[in-house]
Every structure is written in structure tokens, then in C-alpha cells.
Design a protein around this ligand. Structure first.
Ligand SMILES: [Zn+2]
Length: 500
């Protein structure tokens, strides 16, 4: 079955940070895993580039909005590449192909009778590009809770989407699939928002000029969030030069909890209204914080993803964010914690296992895997189950049970002692031990491909199975006796040696 996965498109009013890297890595783990299983995969990420905030940031930078977007979007594209993400397309909402399709979509909504004109009046924060109810503002003075600035009274003739008419269809969708939104707490949150009743939504803006013009009233622009959400479908229509939406829609969306309502309520309603299938599944992940504080430049506790990649490589960052915090929940990350896991788990547990195994085979068996049967239990079925449940942290823990089992096995089997013995029975035990270890290392190369692709590639090359990442190779006992093994340079150099 084809599989398609998206990150939210990243808003270019700020530079890339760890949160962007986090979602990108998670989506890439899923994309790589499904490719390993032989499925057709489409992995989409990109940048969200319209709206008043971007126009203002461009003005401050002395650039036109488009120049500004080109500059910042390139930084996101650079981060995605440095993370070794295997996205099939990088969409920009300023792509003319996207803009034209957004306009078509609005026409479709209008023709289906889901739009109407009305006056909108209310308290508006230009920073948020959002109207606020008085009760949601800080008093006195109607202060935006996010921007800490007073909101303005704004009145304009807008185009509205009859979101209120979709309460029933959305509830049906949620009832049909109790795992439509994951984790369960987020499902409940979204469902109760729908149950509480939905208000119609203004989908055009007279006050915002940097956006996609409303086709029948070009002096207004389309609400930036409608424009942004549509990327998930438009990219499939033009991103690769042919329309692959029939194959890859509906997609699985990964998103942060701050944009839950837009993705879990508005987006499926828009799609259903226009006659499209709603998204397949929505996974809402938590925030990475720093020692229980939100990460911020002013607090000086920011983990800069590009710095980590420069110091320790992309694998270290990819591994740490999914290992440290249960995917789906909030959790604390620190550079110290990252260094500890790098040293303890990547350099020691995994790196040592690979280097000991290959060194012993070189020394005791002339660099060839001896005949044998594995003495360890495979984990690949449980790993695949966890990944199918989008439990990326649980899947990694399952993989690590094999790493730990192999390390215990080395100590118990003590190949170095067997190698000193003249007893032929010990020679056979040594064959079994070395086979078991080589085979476990090979399987780990397959299992870890999604998480730490650079190390995976080097592991598989070291055990004579280069490029053999197919999931059918993720079990144990599949190594062919006689395969030539080479001892690689350290997979994860020690921190002092890495210069960090
Ligand atoms: Zn605001």
C-alpha cells in the first residue's frame, strides 16, 4: 500500500530550530521505514510563506516579501538536507503551481455552496493574523496573550466558510476511527472541540496583501492557513511533475499540538466540503523543552540543530530526539543529555559492539563470517508494530533490546577465551558466537536505517551486506557464512576525539 507522510510546512517568519528538525526527523524515520518494506512512499515538507507576519519581517529586513521568503526558505531546505531527510518534494506556498490550485479549491468550495459573504468585525491581532474573543485576551486593554500588544478593532467584508455545517460529518469521521488522531488525549481534545459546535470561519482577508488573491475578489487574499493546509494536497498534484494524488492521498500528517485545531478540525472539514477524502491519520507530537523551560534564545538553553550536526553528525541528533522523549509527549532535552546518550549508547553500546565484532572476526576467522546459527531473539516484528502505531520511541527501544542482548552475549560467550582453547568443541562455540554477533550487527544495520541512516550504511558495509536495507533482512539468522567482514573506523568517535 502506498504511504505518504507530511511535516507541517514551516513558517518563514523565523529561522529553523530544533522543533522543525524534530518533526522532520520523525517523518523521515517513517518514510524510510515504509520504503524498507517495499512500499511506494511520498514524504513532503516545505515552507509556509504568506501572511502579514512574513510581509512585516521582510520589511524589517529591507527586502521584498518574495526575496525574504527565498532567503529563509533556503535555510529550511538546508536543514532538511543536513538532517539527511529523504523528502520527495519541498513545497513552497509561493510556488505558482500551488497558488493556482489554492484558487481553484476556493472556487470549488464556492460552487459547492459552502462559502458566503458577510461582515466580520472583531478584535484582531495582526501578529497572530487572528480575531480574538474578548475573553481570550488579557485585561485590561485587550492584550494579545501571545504578543503582549493591544489588539485592534477590525471590520471587513469577508468570505466565510460554513464550518458549522460540518460538525456532523467530522464527528462521524472521528467515531469511525478511534485512532484518527493519535495520541488518545489529542483525539479527545479535537473531538470535544467539534462536539462543542463550530463557528463559520472567515477565509479571506482585506487587511493582508501578501497572500493568494481570492479569484473573484482579487483585492482580498485567502486566509493564510487555508492556503497553507492545502499544500498537503497540491504538492501531490504537481511536485514531481505528474499528478500522484490518486496514489498518495490521503496522507498521514505529523504536527505539533499548537496547530491541532487547524489540522484536526478545519482541514478535514475543508476537504470534505470540496469533495476530497480527509487525511488518513493525524499524529500530534509534543514540545521539546529544556529542563522544564521552553527553549528560547533569551534563556540561552537552545539546542541549535545545525550546531549538533556540525559537532556530532545528523545521526546523533536524529537518535537523541526520538530516544530521549516519548514521541507524542512533551519532554526535556539538553545538550548534556545529548552528549551522554551519544557517548553511552551510540559510541559504547552500538559502536563498540560493531568494532568488537568485526575485530574478532578479523582476528579469529580471517575476516569471514563462520558457519553458525544465531543464539539471539529477533525484534523486527515488534519494531514494525511499534512504528505502525507511530510509536517511534517504543520502536527504538525495541531495537535497543537487541543491542543490549548482543552486548550481554559477547560477555557471556567470551569469544576471546574460546579462541585460546584447543578443544574442538570450543572452536564450534566460537563459530556460533561470531556468527551470532555478525548477524546481530547486520540486522541492527537494517533496523536502524530509519533512525541513523549514516551509521546504518557503514554497519552494513562493514558486515559485507552493503545497501541491504530491505525489511525482509531485519530478522536474524539471515547472514550468509563466508561473507567478508571489515573493521570500520569508529562509527561514533569519542566526544574528545570529535572535538566537542
Ligand atoms: Zn498576537
Amino acid at each position: 500500500m502506498p504511504f505518504s507522510v507530511t511535516t507541517p510546512i514551516y513558517y518563514v517568519n523565523s529561522d529553523p530550530h530544533l522543533g522543525h528538525a524534530y518533526t522532520t526527523v520523525a517523518a523521515d524515520v517513517l518514510a524510510r521505514h515504509h520504503r524498507q518494506r517495499g512500499e511506494d512512499v511520498f514524504f513532503l515538507t516545505g515552507t509556509d510563506e504568506h501572511g502579514a507576519k512574513v510581509a512585516r519581517a521582510a520589511e524589517e529586513a529591507g527586502l521584498t516579501p518574495k526575496e525574504f521568503c527565498d532567503r529563509v526558505s533556503a535555510r529550511f531546505r538546508d536543514l532538511v538536507a543536513k538532517l539527511n531527510a529523504t523528502n520527495d518534494y519541498f513545497i513552497r506556498t509561493t510556488d505558482p503551481e500551488h497558488e493556482a490550485r489554492v484558487q481553484d479549491f476556493l472556487v470549488r468550495l464556492r460552487d459547492a455552496g459552502h462559502l458566503y459573504e458577510d461582515t466580520y468585525a472583531g478584535l484582531y491581532c495582526t501578529g497572530c493574523e487572528q480575531f480574538y474573543a474578548e475573553g481570550d485576551l488579557e485585561q485590561p486593554g485587550n492584550i494579545c496573550p501571545l504578543h503582549k500588544t493591544p489588539v485592534e478593532w477590525l471590520e471587513e467584508e469577508n468570505t466565510f466558510f460554513r464550518l458549522s455545517a460540518f460538525t456532523g460529518p467530522l464527528l462521524e469521521l472521528y467515531d469511525r476511527d478511534p485512532e484518527y488522531v493519535v495520541p488518545r488525549t489529542r483525539y479527545n481534545e479535537a473531538r470535544s472541540q467539534i462536539e462543542a459546535g463550530l463557528n463559520d470561519l472567515s477565509v479571506s482577508r482585506a487587511s493582508v496583501s501578501w497572500g493568494v488573491p481570492l479569484p473573484w475578489k482579487p483585492e482580498q487574499t485567502i486566509y493564510v492557513w487555508v492556503d497553507a493546509l492545502l499544500n498537503y494536497h497540491t504538492a501531490l498534484e504537481y511536485g514531481t511533475g505528474t499528478d500522484v494524488s490518486a496514489t498518495f492521498w490521503p496522507s498521514t500528517h505529523l504536527l505539533g499540538k499548537d496547530i491541532l485545531r487547524l489540522h484536526c478540525v478545519l482541514w478535514p472539514a475543508l476537504l470534505v466540503a470540496a469533495g476530497y477524502e480527509p487525511p488518513r491519520k493525524l499524529f500530534v507530537h509534543g514540545y521539546l523543552t529544556s529542563g522544564d523551560q521552553k527553549m528560547s534564545k533569551s534563556l540561552g538553553n537552545v539546542i541549535d540543530p545545525l550546531q549538533v550536526i556540525a559537532d556530532l553528525g545528523a545521526d546523533a541528533l536524529r537518535f537523541y530526539v526520538l530516544r530521549e522523549v516519548q514521541f507524542g509527549q512533551d519532554g526535556s532535552v539538553t545538550r548534556d543529555g545529548l552528549d551522554r546518550r551519544y557517548e553511552g549508547e551510540l559510541a559504547n553500546d552500538l559502536g563498540n559492539l560493531v568494532s568488537r565484532t568485526t575485530a574478532m572476526i578479523a582476528r579469529y576467522r580471517d575476516g569471514r563470517v563462520p558457519e553458525g546459527e544465531t543464539a539471539l531473539e529477533p525484534v523486527h516484528e515488534r519494531v514494525a508494530e511499534r512504528i505502525d502505531a507511530l510509536d517511534l520511541t517504543g520502536a527504538l527501544e525495541e531495537i535497543w533490546t537487541l543491542v543490549r542482548a548482543a552486548n550481554r552475549y559477547v560477555e557471556d560467550a567470551a569469544p576471546w577465551a574460546l579462541a585460546r582453547s584447543d578443544d574442538p568443541a570450543d572452536a564450534e562455540k566460537l563459530d556460533t558466537a561470531l556468527y551470532t554477533l555478525a548477524d546481530a550487527v547486520r540486522a541492527l544495520g537494517v533496523l536502524l536505517h530509519g533512525y541513523i541512516p549514516e551509521a546504518s550504511e557503514r554497519i552494513l558495509a562493514a558486515v559485507g551486506d552493503p545497501g541491504a536495507t530491505g525489511w525482509e533482512r531485519a530478522g536474524l539468522g539471515l547472514t550468509v557464512a563466508g561473507t567478508a567482514v571489515e573493521q570500520p573506523p569508529p562509527l561514533f568517535p569519542r566526544l574528545a576525539a570529535a572535538g566537542a
